[in-house]
Design a protein around this ligand. Structure first.
Ligand code: SF4
Length: 168
């Protein structure tokens, strides 16, 4: 969604690209090899891993966008449960059963077979596949995304200048 912060420049960008697998087109499978793939979010479950691996297989350049994709972000807070014999179980019980503000009359953790298998930890994209570029921020600024993507499309992106990725 941060890409929408590009505002009207999105129209320029759309004229330079053709979308394949994308939430904008709602295509669920790649239909051709792509020059650039953009992925957001880390890997919390097996479906996230499959999608990420599919992007890696089908894209020449893979870009992770946002802190969740780069280092797990907020979902990775569950990785901090370390002093437990079963951290994932503890996390799910806190989320669905014992959490202070919960109303869960069934006292069950959802376990429908259609739900993707949850991983033991939340992983960054780079821990699962090779990532070519990372666009930092939560959410990344529209200008930052636009400048990076236009340079990538022109084959002129050589990484970020140090001063552009300072957030202090
Ligand atoms: S905006 Fe922040 S929290 Fe949301 S997906 Fe992007 S990096 Fe993660």
């Amino acid at each position: 969604m941060a890409i929408l912060d590009i505002d009207e420049r999105l129209i320029d960008l759309m004229e330079q690209v053709e979308f394949d697998r994308s939430p904008l087109t709602d295509k669920k499978r790649f239909t051709q090899r792509c020059d650039i793939g953009i992925i957001e979010g880390g890997c919390c479950n097996e479906e996230n891993v499959e999608v990420l691996q599919d992007f890696r297989r089908n894209c020449d350049v893979l870009v992770a966008i946002g802190q969740c994709a780069i280092m797990g972000g907020l979902p990775a807070m569950r990785n901090a449960i370390m002093h437990s014999d079963d951290p994932l179980r503890e996390c799910l019980e806190e989320a669905y059963i014992s959490g202070r503000y919960l109303r869960n009359a069934t006292h069950n953790v959802p376990n429908d077979p259609a739900l993707p298998l949850i991983l033991d930890n939340v992983y960054s994209c780079a821990e699962v596949v090779e990532i070519d570029h990372q666009i930092p921020g939560c959410a990344p600024e529209g200008d930052f995304i636009y400048n990076t993507l236009t340079k990538l499309l022109a084959g002129k992106f050589r990484g970020f200048e140090r001063e552009t990725i300072r957030f202090d």
